[in-house]
Design a protein around this ligand. Structure first.
Ligand SMILES: Nc1ncnc2c1ncn2[C@@H]1O[C@H](COP(=O)(O)OP(=O)(O)O)[C@@H](O)[C@H]1O
Ligand SMILES: O=P(O)(O)OC[C@H]1O[C@](O)(COP(=O)(O)O)[C@@H](O)[C@@H]1O
Ligand SMILES: [Mg+2]
Length: 484
């Protein structure tokens, strides 16, 4: 669903090409809202913090590599506590909902939201909505207290449950209004943030004093604009166990091949980072980088060569890789899940069969083991670095809503927490750029074929052809593609 209301864009232009893509505020559509002293001012833990609130003019730049005459480009509002707050502690009735696929860290985020609201702002009315967006229609909610969520971060999944599909913004906002909820924290991926944007627009249309904040969840790390979402580090770390197992199996037999399929419907970040981290991987295939099987420079020729050299090999394939090849070789059903996400045929099984057929046709011995650790990877609790990221995200979300901002997502941009308007994170996906040095590093570490002809390479490097995955229609078409 696209943006319906053009007035939701808050663009502030400054000197030297400076553009602030600001987030909406309750005061944009409600006049004479009272404001209050921020309770953090009296919080003992913040007593020695030099600046308990952030400067309202602080913004975070998206472009950090610049030349002398570069325009300053897009900026986002810096996340942090406001000097004044728009809610009194006992007035707040917050709710938390988790939507979409599972991701390590969901429980940590729920915990940090509940504890952050209570410990920083004295808020003790927090409801958990069960089973994703459709939980808003249910009669029951879960009461969340710092005590009840105390150790949930040690468990995988989400204590609230989740779902895909089934999302009627009118009914949903009716439920928000009926329950007297005035802060909505929505944790989920691309689809969820689109849903959150529609909810925000309906709330604004009704003129309600309800702040809506999205917290991006993507195990694939494909949410646009932000550096990284929680759960990604944990997924890369856990993927090592599958790759290790594949390596041990492959090494122990004659002509052993371990094939590991990792998540990544449209973006191959998990496969790329897991490969770079492991050093046991001989070939990594991702959706962004096309490959071919047969002939000179093809995958099958490479596998045969690597087996002859080393006696074994490990292949990592992201689930969205090679989909065009699969479509060409088998009739694919146009399957979609409840949220209209495309269901892809299993590239790991398909590839394993192709490799087996090839070796059979050449009368060569082959021992292939296929591992798909998808659900084992995403069902675990978040690791230490993702736990800290969840704390930062939760705190920034709370500071933002308490300061009256709404219709925003929180995320890291160049390492700094920022408030980002919904439309900015939903209009595109973060993808691995195969023209970046990072993909070059991966190719160098595996020494796998590049699967591109010299003319393909020329075309890719042509600035006219460069895919701008993070383009903003409001800004100049020369906005740079994100670099990883
Ligand atoms: N384009 C959309 N507009 C509004 N809501 C959407 C949209 N796409 C998905 N949603 C809702 O967001 C929720 C989660 O979406 P889904 O794509 O399954 O997961 P994710 O948030 O991880 O991308 C679902 O309840 C779905 O109805
Ligand atoms: O089996 P499900 O629940 O449909 O989810 C599977 C999909 O969700 C993903 O894990 C991505 O989800 P997120 O990036 O939104 O976390 C894909 O890699 C995978 O195809
Ligand atoms: Mg989705």
């Amino acid at each position: 669903m696209g943006i319906e209301d053009e007035s939701l864009y808050k663009i502030v232009r400054g000197d030297f090409g400076y553009v602030l893509e600001d987030v909406p505020h309750l005061a944009d559509y409600l006049s004479d809202l009272p404001t209050y002293r921020n309770p953090l001012e009296d919080n003992a833990s913040y007593a020695a913090v030099r600046q308990y609130h952030i400067n309202e003019d602080d913004t975070i730049t998206k472009k950090i590599v610049v030349q002398k005459n570069s325009p300053r480009g897009p900026h986002f509002r810096r996340a942090g506590p406001g000097k004044r707050v728009y809610f009194q502690s006992d007035e707040v009735r917050a709710c938390i909902v988790t939507c979409g696929g599972l991701c390590p860290g969901l429980n940590t985020l729920i915990r940090e939201l509940v504890c952050g609201l209570s410990h920083m702002y004295g808020v003790d009315q927090v409801l958990g909505i069960e089973g994703g967006y459709r939980g808003f229609y249910a009669r029951n909610t879960i009461t969340l207290t710092p005590k009840s969520v105390n150790d949930i971060h040690k468990r995988g999944g989400t204590i609230l449950g989740t779902s895909r599909g089934d999302h009627d913004p009118i009914k949903l906002v009716d439920s928000i209004q009926d329950r007297g909820i005035n802060q909505v924290y929505i944790i989920g991926g691309n689809g969820t943030q689109k849903g959150a944007s529609v909810i925000f627009q309906e709330i604004r249309r009704r003129g309600l004093k309800v702040a809506v904040c999205g917290i991006p969840k993507s195990i694939d790390n494909d949410v646009a604009v932000i550096d990284k979402s929680f759960g990604f580090d944990t997924a890369v770390e856990e993927a090592q166990r599958a790759i290790n197992a594949a390596h041990v199996e492959a090494e122990s037999v004659e002509n052993g091949i371990g094939v590991v399929k990792l998540m990544g419907r449209f973006s191959g970040f998990i496969a790329m980072y897991a490969t770079l981290a492991s050093r046991d991987v001989d070939c990594c295939l991702i959706p962004e980088s096309p490959f071919y099987l047969e002939g000179k420079g093809g995958l099958l020729e490479f596998i045969e060569k690597r087996l002859k050299e080393n006696g074994h090999m490990v292949l990592v394939v992201a689930e969205g890789a090679g989909q065009k090849l699969i479509e060409a070789s088998m009739k694919c059903m146009d399957n979609k899940d409840a949220s209209e996400n495309l269901l892809l045929p299993d590239v790991g099984m398909w590839l394993s069969q192709k490799i087996k057929d090839y070796f059979k046709s050449r009368k060569m011995l082959l021992n292939l083991k296929y591992i798909d650790p998808t659900y084992m990877i995403r069902a675990i609790p978040s690791n230490a670095s993702d736990n800290v990221l969840c704390t930062l995200q939760a705190h920034c979300a709370i500071h933002g809503t308490m300061a009256g901002y709404t219709g925003f997502t929180v995320g890291l941009i160049n390492g700094r927490n920022s408030f980002i308007p919904f439309h900015r994170v939903t209009q595109s996906r973060n993808k691995v750029s195969i023209t970046d040095r990072m993909w070059g590093r991966l190719l160098m570490s595996t020494n796998q074929p590049i699967f591109l002809s010299p003319s393909d390479i020329e075309e890719l490097k042509d600035p006219e052809e460069t895919i701008i995955s993070d383009a903003d229609p409001l800004l100049s078409p020369s906005s740079p593609a994100p670099r990883h």
